[in-house]
Design a protein around this ligand. Sequence first.
Ligand code: ADP
Length: 458
Amino acid sequence: MSYISVIIGVLLLLNTYPLLVSEDLVFRSKATTLQASVSVMVNSLSGLDRLTEENVTTAMSVVEETGLSRILVTDSAGRVLYDTRETGANVGDYALYTEIVQALMGEDAFSCTYKGAAFRSRASSPVLYQNQIIGAVYAYEYDTEQAALLADLQSNLLRLSGIVGVVVLLLSLLLSKALTLKISLLLTAIREVREGAYSHRAEIKGRDEIAQIGHEFNSLTDRLQSTENVRRRFVSDASHELKTPLAAIRLLSDSILQTDNIDPETTREFVSDIGREAERLGRITEDLLRLTRLDSGVLEPGTVVDVLPVLEQAMRMMSLVAQEKGVDLTYSASEGCTVLAAKDEIHQVIYNLTDNAVKYTPPGGAVQVSLSRESGEVVLTVADNGVGIPEADLPRIFERFYRVDKARSREAGGTGLGLSIVSDTVKRRGGTVEAANRTGGGSVFTVRWPRMEGGEGS
Ligand code: ADP
């Protein structure tokens, strides 16, 4: 609508302004030519001391035919002495036209009107003798020629405006229809996705802004869909993981209740199994809570942490576990490995990786942990010579609940969440973690954090 009103405004201007300008030009040219004619006549009468019908007629007879519609000469009282219009031969009457009155008062007068397909121009000047007004000359011109030209211009402009108006109207209708169609497609897509149909896509053709919004909307929906899929899988995996130990607890407790004369030894065994499953449940929920906290996106402001003391503490803890399993755990570290993080996070990362290394290394194997500085980075590697990870599984081991060997992991007390926690924790502080297999067997995990100079960021 606003587009159409602008066009209407322009068309109105097109239909008025040129006409007004041309009219004004005609008025000006009329004023010059008519006043020039009048002054020629005034000159031819200027030698006379008094104007009479006879001397005026004589004087006027030598004035050349000027193509005027009417020439009128009055005396100083406004009485007609000479009139070229035959029908209006008012000789002797008073002709007190505005222009004549003005001329008799000593001023040149001119007026022009454009009406009824004609220009009507009137000019008048006083006739003087020794500075005395002895009469006035009045000329009148009725011009249809220039008026016809102007009317022509007007009708041409009108026709042109009509054509432009119709074309603009049709184009606007077409354009707005195409636009509304695209917008309604987009709206439908938005509503569908809002209702949960994440597979719905906005099919908008073209390369204009609306089509671009459509593409953006589709890629947003793609992300939404994949996030939703991940969430669903996570919920179903989590419930499945929780269900397994619960089912075991149920089975064991049912066995105790339903077996007659169960001997105390078996009861003790079953109850200790129940305890183990409960512990497992506890570990899973703890890990789930940790991941949920990481997902919530709230990042505690970190402090500059020296990784070395944290590593030493974790190694003290893990050495007992390793010793019990018969795995040789050693570590090496350099000074000045400071990163921006929270102490607990670093501990969690070192603990999870070392715990895995010990878990997946058979007795007699070795686990080496090393901490070093490498051009702006703090690098932690945890290497073992254990079972290793099949190449095909390497890209997926950081996924939630992903386990190469479910039975082995469960047996070793794993939850399938340890590496996800490591990866999320490290990434949140701008670091990276990667896993690889060692040529001699076993695997190696490498964590890189951006290094922070002491005091910075604290
Ligand atoms: P889990 O609790 O099962 O250990 P993680 O997320 O910590 O879960 O690890 C995912 C999977 O990656 C494990 O189930 C295991 O198959 C594999 N994995 C992790 N660390 C190692 C390692 N050091 N050696 C061999 N396999 C490993």
